[in-house]
Design a protein around this ligand. Sequence first.
Ligand code: ADP
Ligand code: LRH
Length: 465
Amino acid sequence: MRRVAAVDLGASSGRVMAGTVGPSVLAVEEVRRFPNGGVRAGPVLYWDILGLYRETLAGIREAGRLDGVGIDSWAVDYGLLDERGALLGNPVHYRDSRTDGITVPVPDRELYDVTGLQQLPFNTLYQLVAEGDRLDAAATMLLIPDLLNYWLTGEIGAERTNASTTQLYDVRARTWALSLASRVGIPPRLLPPLRDPGTVVGQARELSGVPVVAVGSHDTASAVVAVPASPGTNFAYISSGTWSLAGLELPAPELSDAALAANFTNEGGVDGTIRFLRNVMGLWVLSETLRTWSTSDLSGLLTAAAASPALAAVVDIDAPGFLPPGDMPARLAAACGATGQRPPGTRAEVVRCILDSLALAYRRTLRQAASLTGRTIDVVHIVGGGARNELLCQLTADACGVPVLAGPGEAAALGNVLVQARALGEEDLPDLAAMRALVRETQEVRRYEPSGAGDWDAAEARLGS
Ligand code: ADP
Ligand code: LRH
């Protein structure tokens, strides 16, 4: 039996989970949870990185005796270190506006050919270009989990699944795309040696020398490890949290012109798999709506939304206007107005509009994923906090026309725990199939059948082209 701590830092909350793994055993228990989010200071939206580090240390200490620690977090963001290893400035939030209008002199087709990544304004590539002269003082760029691993152990490196989200990683050669970096003015010296998930990074000096293990340090990579898919099923997944990452697991990247045009990404997963998916705007729009209304009554609003008329108003939830923080109800109303629909009037209708629009985006995205790869989708797994949203799960089954299997809600932490356990010698977990079998055996999963409700084609048509 191994006992490890999974530190899972999401954009909405961070948590330290104590995980126990052994033959037919996989259990995680929440030791510490703390809020996360942007901190606006002057003109810049930052992360509170030192607060996250402090909470991480406190949570690991509270977890008691451990065989290992692993850290995963949201992707793309980073800290720059100087020659001494000191942090050069506070990490900036990917929703900050500094990348607005930033372009690079490399054609999209070529960028996609090398990196396989979808164009998102906040990819690390664009953030680093936006740094301008500030890069001159930097010796190393460390993505958030790598930065925390460095503070814990003194070891510098870049874990591969998260490196694959930077748009500076060659998805086929599985190396940094150094010539691309040079061409866009990013000094290759900034990109540290790559490490595979499942390798030991070092010992945590302040935590009695406990081994720190590189997991799938991109939270989505860890979450996909814990998708409880049965062998041989044609499954899609939605990793549903602040973002909804909707797509397929592939053995190799899909880099066709059609995939590029549909803006699908090819992120690197654990054990050499590819996450072929699109970022759907996610529950961010809902949480930002609650923030605008200064309420935390999510469950009351969801109950009211379930009783609200279906598909009364829908928006393209992936429109770039929903990316920055701000007044989402006003943006939703404007988007409805722009497509000739009556904007939602009550709070329940606003929430219903968000959830209907998310389900519509899942349907569109998963249909595209299937057609781009020539695959069929027989079941959709929803993991992450959104798996606890029963209305959204049912709407997803209705929109996609296939059963939804919802859970586990803490998939990223479970995937983190599983990869650590294997790295530490747990012999029953040789591959992803074995890890997923253990998740199926031990974690609660709820099934939602498509009800046939809703004219989703007509709803899609209302969005225009
Ligand atoms: P992240 O890892 O990006 O911080 P999570 O996976 O923790 O996100 O998911 C957070 C979201 O999950 C919340 O914004 C909320 O919408 C949803 N969620 C969490 N718990 C519940 C619940 N009990 N009922 C409905 N939705 C929930
Ligand atoms: C989800 C996530 C997603 C990235 C985004 C920045 O937490 O890691 O996979 O695209 O954050």
